[in-house]
Design a protein around this ligand. Structure first.
Ligand SMILES: NC(=O)c1ccc[n+]([C@@H]2O[C@H](COP(=O)([O-])OP(=O)(O)OC[C@H]3O[C@@H](n4cnc5c(N)ncnc54)[C@H](O)[C@@H]3O)[C@@H](O)[C@H]2O)c1
Ligand SMILES: N[C@H](CO)Cc1c[nH]c[nH+]1
Ligand SMILES: [Zn+2]
Length: 436
């Protein structure tokens, strides 16, 4: 199949504005999507379960009549696990264990220190009480996203985990339910899209209001999360998947072709880019893609994604490749090159960095250990992978001894008067010891 993927040369005039245009795609700001999502969120806020049922029936083509039909019990999760093959259960359990072990290292303890005068200062770390995890389910089922969302929450010690997952046409995926059982989710609701995000943010008669919503999803999910931020916490904008492969031309072109397909197959809106200093290699990858796409079950999605948002970029040098990788700030960056440990020093912006020819992004999606819920659309400039820190919050701790309070008050009082805040000043001055 012929693939019409755009190609750039970093030496051509206007390259950087063409690159900007390629990256400017921002579905979360799409006016049509904004309007549609704002309406869904408002309806759910006002009408609760009634609106959730209406939108679920409309967008997921279901025939739900009662909100009781939206929940799946723990017993049903256990039964689903029994229906899944032993081999798959073993893989889920092995992946869960590896992801758990990786995230154990992210746990932040509370800490405090004491000053000579007896004053104690510190930080108290507390897990969130109740979180909502969004597991995508529109175009594919994502048991791996159940594990990636839930394991860090478990490590953090979150009180209650509420999972939402759409079940288009009423088709419930046993592997997703088995993953929820293995991960230890407390409650599961078969709802998705903006209506699920709104239900978690505001609470309905059936869906409990949560403190924070995490997890990836399509443009409707990402837009809704952005919209309810402030009512609840959110992790990040984790929208349509992205991969940027930097290759020196020495990796098997079939491997690179399949690595690019691996993210393109998620969504028509996904993005796959190859950067290489070797023009002949780019041509070889193109040929591999045109041959291999015929073997793909999701070829229509792959083609549409590659032709809409994909690109080949020919660069002059590896240094230039790294500079462009930093501009793209991709969700996934593959360094399919010699000495990746040397070049990684130059990378400042990427959700996850896959180092070396034997580290395809797909291994990170399932079981390497790090989280696959990652910032997209260039937000890796300021966001991090989903982690234990997303499920913990911090409170400052301050204990003043009488001597410590007296010393601090002498610093605070002039500052308060400088701000013309007299009550602050006097409150502090009351603590100044008479003989000090
Ligand atoms: N960044 C990450 O960490 C990460 C991880 C896994 C998946 N992903 C991405 O998650 C996304 C999953 O998307 P998906 O569609 O398969 O599942 P999804 O669950 O995100 O979206 C499905 C829901 O979208 C809503 N929807 C669909 N069309 C709509 C419309 N016209 N109007 C209003 N709502 C509508 C429906 O409510 C439906 O339930 C993909 O883009 C994939 O690349 C990202
Ligand atoms: N690549 C996705 C994140 O962008 C995660 C995933 C789940 N299953 C397969 N892939
Ligand atoms: Zn993937």
């Amino acid at each position: 199949m012929k693939l019409n993927i755009r190609q750039f040369s970093s030496r051509s005039e206007g390259f950087y504005s063409e690159l900007d245009a390629l990256l400017a795609w921002d579905s979360v700001s799409d006016a049509g999507v904004q309007t549609a999502v704002a309406n869904i969120v408002e309806q759910v806020r006002l009408k609760g379960d009634g609106a959730v049922i209406e939108f679920t029936n409309r967008f997921d083509r279901r025939e739900v009549v009662s909100s009781a039909d939206l929940e799946i019990s723990r017993e049903e999760l256990a039964l689903a696990k029994d229906r899944v093959s032993a081999e798959l259960v073993a893989s889920l359990e092995a992946a869960a264990k590896r992801v758990h072990e990786y995230h154990e290292r992210q746990k932040q303890p509370s800490w405090q220190y004491q000053e000579d005068n007896g004053t104690v200062l510190g930080q108290k770390v507390t897990p969130l009480d109740r979180v909502g995890v969004y597991v995508p389910g529109g175009k594919a089922a994502y048991p791996s996203s159940v594990l990636m969302n839930v394991m860090p929450a478990k490590v953090a010690g979150v009180g209650e985990i509420i999972m939402v997952v759409p079940t288009p046409d009423g088709v419930v995926n046993d592997i997703v339910l088995a993953a929820a059982y293995i991960a230890g989710v407390d409650r599961v609701f078969t709802i998705g899209g903006a209506q699920a995000v709104a239900a978690l943010a505001y609470g309905t008669e059936t869906v409990p209001k949560v403190d924070k919503i995490v997890g990836p999803g399509n443009i409707y999910v990402a837009t809704a999360k952005k919209m309810v931020f402030g009512v609840v916490g959110i992790d990040m904008i984790a929208g349509p998947s992205e991969i940027l492969v930097v290759c020196d031309g020495k990796t098997d072109p079939d491997w690179i072709a399949m690595d690019l397909f691996s993210q393109a197959e998620h969504d028509e809106d996904a993005q796959s880019i190859l950067i290489s200093p070797d023009l002949a290699f780019i041509e070889n990858v193109k040929s591999s893609m045109e041959r291999l796409i015929e073997t793909q079950s999701r070829k229509a999605i792959i083609k549409s994604s590659l032709e809409g948002r994909g690109a080949f970029i020919h660069v002059e040098s590896m240094d230039e490749a790294m500079d462009i990788a930093n501009i793209v700030a991709a969700e996934h960056l593959e360094l399919s090159i010699d000495e990746p440990e040397k070049w990684v020093e130059k990378i400042r912006h990427a959700g996850a960095i896959f180092m070396g020819r034997h580290t395809p992004e797909a291994l990170g999606d399932y079981c390497a250990g790090p989280n696959h819920v990652l910032p997209t659309s260039g937000t890796a400039r300021f966001s991090s992978p989903l982690g234990v820190y997303d499920f913990q919050k911090r409170s400052s701790l301050i204990y003043c001894s009488p001597e410590g309070a007296s010393e601090l008050a002498k610093i605070a009082s002039p500052l308060a008067r400088g701000e013309s805040l007299e009550a602050h000043a006097i409150s502090a001055e009351y603590r100044i010891l008479k003989d000090s």
